[in-house]
Design a protein around this ligand. Structure first.
Ligand SMILES: Cc1ncc(COP(=O)(O)O)c(C=O)c1O
Length: 410
């Protein structure tokens, strides 16, 4: 890491004092439960247009895990290979197989022409995963799914607030799920939405018997988010280095089945989380607006670098993440940027490491369909995520652009 003031996190959490106060009240036993879970669920059902029954969960992972547990589909689940393992682990944890379909070189999302032109055998569900929060051409996939009696699940973990023609992502499929750890911060949480009310009733009943989200996980998130919000300040940089960067090591593959037995994953959310999320949800579209402006400015600044292409954005992206592809190995660029105080990652969101294994080299995520995903294979070593925050300033954007230009000699 560089020794001057600069340290730019991949995403600077955007919370305010009221959010912290709520948390501290809770911590010191002064928080009064106030049906915030019901309120959040109602607010979300309204946001999705009223057609969906929704249940608040402890994470996006748990939402997909619970959905697949109660949906009773036994066939394969079609997914993009270009995603973090957190998006795939609930499928494996349910002992289902994944069929990988290749991606598009421009928007990095599923290539819909491949799906509609291929005869897919044994697929029960298709997951529409909006890479970085950016929508893509989903109409043909949805038509194909309807004709073939395939369930559409929208993974909106990165795309809360994104839209296609003014309609929110998450309101196109049979089911959808969200994460409150990308745009929103401090407390985590997720949400499952479905057009099938009895399925949500069963999920709710099962979830009610789980232990509540562990307090030490909430404490960890609070500490991490406060440190990340204040990066750039010397003391916080040091604390980040000690707490997170020092733990940076090679990615180690874990069995998703055992992961879903841990109480940090298999738990139910609490009222306090819903209260903090409700507060932040009111500011979501303002945050997205500012993310959009910063993404646009960063794109302008780096578009002259011939060896870099920014992700092509269609529709109204939620701008959870800013992705580029380059002609140099991403690992090399990530190391260079990190050294200069700029966080950068490949696909994973974890704070310990920044590269995943390619799916063809994994033990738990492998399926032979990955061998046909040539674009994914090529892109695996060339895409990376640059910092993008609602509260980035111009100096930070200039600093990132300057270092990328320097690296590429432009
Ligand atoms: C596309 C996608 N799906 C699911 C998840 C899991 O989200 P959560 O951390 O809320 O379980 C992530 C998290 O990184 C993600 O990026």
């Amino acid at each position: 890491m560089n020794n001057n003031k600069q340290f730019i996190p991949i995403n600077r959490p955007d919370f305010n004092n009221e959010d912290i106060e709520l948390y501290l009240k809770f911590k010191y036993g002064l928080y009064k439960e106030n049906c915030k879970i019901n309120e959040l669920e109602e607010r979300f059902s309204e946001y999705l247009g009223g057609e969906y029954e929704v249940v608040f969960t402890s994470s996006a992972k748990m939402s997909l895990y619970l959905l697949l547990k109660f949906i009773n589909n036994k066939g394969k689940v079609l997914s993009t290979p270009l995603t973090c393992f957190a998006a795939l682990s609930p499928i494996i944890a349910n002992s289902l197989n994944i069929h990988y379909s290749d991606i598009n070189t421009d928007d990095f999302n599923l290539d819909s022409s491949l799906i509609k032109n291929t005869k897919l055998e044994g697929i029960d569900s298709i997951i529409l995963n909006y890479f970085g929060g950016s929508p893509f051409d989903i109409n043909e996939i949805i038509d194909y799914a309807k004709r073939n009696n395939i369930t559409i699940i929208e993974d909106c973990a990165q795309s809360l607030g994104g839209e296609i023609e003014s309609r929110p992502l998450g309101s196109f499929g049979d089911h959808s799920f969200f994460s409150f750890t990308k745009h929103l911060s401090l407390v985590g949480g997720g949400l499952l939405a479905s057009k099938n009310k009895s399925l949500i009733d069963r999920v709710r009943k099962y979830q009610s018997q789980l232990p509540p989200v562990p307090i030490n996980l909430l404490d960890y998130r609070l500490k991490r988010d406060i440190i990340e919000k204040n990066l750039g300040d010397k003391a916080f940089n040091k604390s980040y280095e000690i707490n997170f960067l020092s733990k940076q090591n090679e990615y180690e593959e874990k069995d998703p089945r055992t992961n879903f037995l841990k109480t940090s994953v298999l738990s139910k959310p609490i009222d306090l989380q819903a209260a903090v999320i409700l507060n932040q949800f009111e500011r979501l579209f303002d945050m997205i607006d500012r993310r959009w402006r910063n993404a646009k400015e960063l794109t302008e600044k780096i578009k002259t670098i011939k060896s870099i292409n920014s992700q092509k954005i269609f529709g109204q992206s939620a701008y959870a993440k800013y992705y580029i592809k380059t002609t140099r190995p991403n690992k090399e660029i990530i190391n260079y940027l990190n050294y200069n105080g700029i966080d950068a990652k490949q696909l994973t969101k974890s704070h310990g490491f920044y590269m995943q294994l390619p799916i063809n080299e994994t033990k738990y995520y492998y399926d032979s369909s990955i061998e046909n995903c040539n674009v994914y294979m090529k892109m695996f070593n060339s895409i990376l995520e640059l910092p993008l925050s609602s509260n980035m300033d111009k100096d930070e954007i200039n600093y990132i652009a300057k270092h990328l230009k320097r690296l590429f000699n432009e």
